[in-house]
Design a binder for this molecule. Structure first.
Ligand code: ZN
Ligand code: ZN
Length: 95
């Protein structure tokens, strides 16, 4: 009588571990991306419309007679419109 040989304790095969099925890939993945890109584009457009086109850092809160505008900081520094080059005679500050 030798080896009492515990034959494999029941099912130590690790069948149960891992192997979680990959999350189902969304077919619309690319569409979602396109939507996000569209939104980002729109956001960009809005930003361009509302942010100073010189520094892109401050809200556009000053406009000139030509209808273009910049932020107050940039507007105070320039003597002609950065967009149409019209001389800035009057600055209108928006509050
Ligand atoms: Zn600015
Ligand atoms: Zn202009």
């Amino acid at each position: 009588m030798c080896c009492g040989g515990k034959s494999s304790e029941d099912g130590t095969d690790d069948i149960s571990s891992g192997d979680i099925p990959e999350l189902q890939k969304d077919k619309d993945d690319t569409n979602v991306n396109a939507d996000v890109q569209k939104l980002q584009q729109q956001l960009q457009d809005i930003k361009e419309q509302t942010m100073c086109s010189i520094c892109l850092d401050h809200l556009k809160n000053m406009i000139f007679l030509c209808g273009h505008g910049t932020c107050q900081l940039c507007g105070d520094r320039i003597s002609e419109c950065p967009i149409c080059q019209m001389a800035v005679e009057r600055r209108i500050l928006l509050y």
